[in-house]
Design a protein around this ligand. Structure first.
Ligand SMILES: *Cc1c(COP(=O)(O)O)cnc(C)c1O
Length: 354
């Protein structure tokens, strides 16, 4: 696409992914049929689904370790309650690091006792709490690894023996951490994987089936596993496009090379925020996200001119979330370094214009 897309979500996809996805809408694999008019039970689509699930496990280094990958619907927001429905028997712990964590807590409260192990709400979620205590009796601990709105990211995983559940919607596949520390990971596709419409869930099978309640089929991970993620008609377009992104990551050298590129982009943008006297960062330095850089103009009267400069440079999607204000540059996996360079040039150039 021709603009520099810094949107927080739905967000940038690789041009080659968009091109291949468009081709498949017109005609899938010389089949004489469009991707979006074939049966999800057809050989062509079953292969796509299996490949996407396998690639997800492979890239996370979770193959043959008791995990299953699913592509479900309902967004990360449905996972807020589905995780609790399937895993919360008595009490669970939640680390509250932002709006999404807060929403996850609200839903989970319908299923049992919730202990907020720590919260950064006191400072409008501009940092990640550390040094909190995790009760060993918890059914699980839920964390949000990257806080899309506030621009913070958990750098050091909590040390605990209770099952670890993570909302990784905005940093999945962006950095190499030990994914086997998690028992359940979920991520809405539309930040780092594909278009909206599907949610990647990676779950360790042996944590399921331990709660004392009946679970409706559509919300039961075990049913989705048993049906190979095709209990009902899956969102074929979203899954196909996600598969293309997963292939792109694999062909680019896997998570390690993606991470190296992401670190470069993040260093570049934070260096500019810190060295440019017209700007200031929002998130605590040690907790800064490598996916969403939040920053402000020190002088609000510069906003009009900076916004115009961004627009003239074809920079799109840098406005901050309404709860933080200012700016947010989302620098997801698919964004090229060249786009970050353009944004930095504008930030530097602002000094000559004010
Ligand atoms: C975007 C986002 C969500 C919400 O995802 P939906 O798919 O819209 O439900 C949840 N958590 C995080 C961390 C997000 O970035």
């Amino acid at each position: 696409m021709s603009k520099h897309n810094f949107s927080a979500g739905p967000s940038i996809l690789r041009n080659e992914v968009i091109k291949s996805a468009s081709d498949a809408i017109i005609e899938l694999n010389n089949s004489g049929l469009s991707l979006i008019e074939i049966s999800h039970r057809s050989k062509d689509f079953v292969e796509i689904m299996n490949k996407a699930r396998l690639l997800a496990l492979e890239l996370l280094n979770l193959e043959n370790k008791g995990y299953k990958a699913l592509f479900l619907q309902g967004g990360a927001s449905l996972q807020f309650l589905m995780t609790a429905y399937n895993l919360l028997d008595k009490k669970a712990g939640y680390l509250n690091t932002g709006s999404w964590s807060t929403k996850a807590i609200k839903e989970a409260k319908l299923f049992g006792k919730i202990i907020e192990v720590a919260s950064s709400k006191d400072k409008n979620f501009n940092y990640v709490p550390k040094d909190y205590i995790v009760d060993p009796q918890l059914d699980y601990l839920h964390i949000t690894t990257n806080n899309t709105i506030f621009g913070t990211q958990i750098k050091k995983l909590p040390e605990t023996n209770v099952p670890l559940v993570a909302d990784m919607s905005s940093d999945i596949l962006s950095r190499n951490i030990d994914f086997s520390k998690f028992d359940l990971i979920y991520a809405g596709a539309q930040k780092n994987i594909g278009p909206a419409g599907t949610t990647l869930v990676v779950v360790k099978e042996d944590i399921l089936g331990k709660v004392n309640r009946n679970i409706p089929s559509m919300l039961d991970y075990r049913i989705h596993i048993e049906k190979d993620s095709m209990f009902n008609t899956p969102p074929v377009f979203a899954i196909y496009t996600s598969m293309l992104t997963l292939e792109w990551i694999k062909n680019s050298g896997g998570i390690n090379s993606i991470e190296a590129n992401n670190s470069k982009k993040a260093d570049m943008i934070y260096n500019e925020i810190d060295s440019n006297e017209l700007f200031e960062g929002f998130a605590a330095v040690e907790d800064r996200s490598s996916m969403n850089a939040t920053f402000n103009l020190k002088n609000a009267s510069h906003k009009e001119i900076f916004d115009k400069m961004c627009k003239d440079a074809d920079i799109s999607g840098v406005n901050g979330h309404r709860s933080v204000g200012g700016y947010r540059a989302s620098i997801y996996n698919a964004l090229d370094i060249s786009s970050v360079n353009i944004l930095i040039d504008i930030m530097k150039e602002l000094k000559n214009k004010v």
